[in-house]
Design a protein around this ligand. Structure first.
Ligand code: ZN
Ligand code: ZN
Length: 302
């Protein structure tokens, strides 16, 4: 079950705190009546990169005076840069229990998990990864954040998204020994210029002080969209699609890897990547995504 997103306590974004070159803006949101502060951004656009905390504060204040801050996903005015307006914030659904203990797929009610609190799919065929979690339910509200992040160069959204991912899975981050993104095929990378999963992974690793290896995995061939296909089809399409970067086996051996993606749909991609990492000697693989697509079968059952 998911509820409306709620603003977070100030401590909840601590995972982002040590980020170098990511000045926090003065003031912040929330208690001053500025609206939801749950997605407090980092405001690290180029004009804000100034040396020294005092200068940063001054620079931020001046920039606010020149450019009134607006919502991360719409044009509504907000009190501080890097936050969402009340309406956009209400449209987001943070994932909360009950969900499958294994793959993180949201349940409509706790009874959908068996005795071991896993979904029917995981019970029937346990995934290669140990646990998968996500910050948001992938719905219209999440798309307003994730589509611009993925396709429209809105790379500054990585900070707020990663902060929510860290909040959703502190245990996964804590036990990770290596953080790596789901890779893009190089042709897609050239077209898009950045791998959105790598931007999230870099933020998460920096916040949790874990080693980040952006090119640990490679996409060896492009795959068609997996969308409506069945599980067997998806697995067949992804067979051999991922490989370990040559020479990276020593990095992986015996380590617990946290695999990062922007959207987790069926889990087939995470599964394929986890298999490659485990075959290379990883001790275990966890998966953390910004958003999770609910399983329509579980939703319909309710
Ligand atoms: Zn808005
Ligand atoms: Zn499951």
């Amino acid at each position: 079950m998911t509820g409306p997103a709620r603003p977070l306590a100030p401590g909840a974004e601590a995972a982002e705190a040590p980020a170098a070159g990511a000045p926090h803006r003065p003031g912040g949101g929330g208690p001053d009546g500025s609206g939801p502060a749950g997605l407090r951004g980092l405001g690290d656009g180029a004009p804000r990169r100034v040396a020294g905390a005092a200068l940063r504060r001054l620079g931020g204040a001046m920039l606010d005076a020149l450019l009134p801050p607006h919502c991360l996903t719409c044009d509504a005015a907000v009190a501080s840069q890097g936050t969402l307006c009340a309406e956009c914030f209400r449209g987001l659904h943070l994932l909360a229990p009950p969900f499958c203990q294994r793959c993180g797929v949201p349940f409509v009610h706790a009874g959908q998990g068996g005795a071991d609190r896993t979904c029917p799919a995981c019970a029937e065929r346990p995934p290669a990864f140990a646990a998968a979690r996500a910050a948001f339910r992938y719905d219209e509200g999440a798309k307003r954040l994730l589509l611009p992040f993925k396709h429209a160069d809105r790379t500054e959204l990585a900070g707020p998204l990663a902060a929510q991912m860290a909040r959703a899975a502190p245990d996964l981050l804590r036990r990770a020994e290596l953080v790596a993104p789901v890779p893009l095929h190089w042709r897609r990378l050239v077209a898009r210029r950045y791998n959105q999963a790598a931007l999230l992974g870099a933020r998460l690793a920096r916040g949790a002080r874990k080693p980040f290896v952006p090119d640990l995995l490679r996409r060896l061939r492009a795959t068609p969209p997996l969308g409506e296909r069945g599980a067997a089809d998806r697995a067949a399409l992804l067979e051999g699609a991922f490989g370990l970067r040559p020479g990276a086996a020593a990095l992986v051996a015996g380590r617990r890897v946290l695999l990062v993606d922007d959207v987790m749909t069926s889990g087939a991609t995470a599964e394929a990547c986890a298999r490659v990492l485990l075959a290379a000697g990883a001790a275990a693989v966890d998966v953390l995504a910004a958003a999770r697509v609910p399983d329509p079968r579980l939703q319909a059952e309710a």
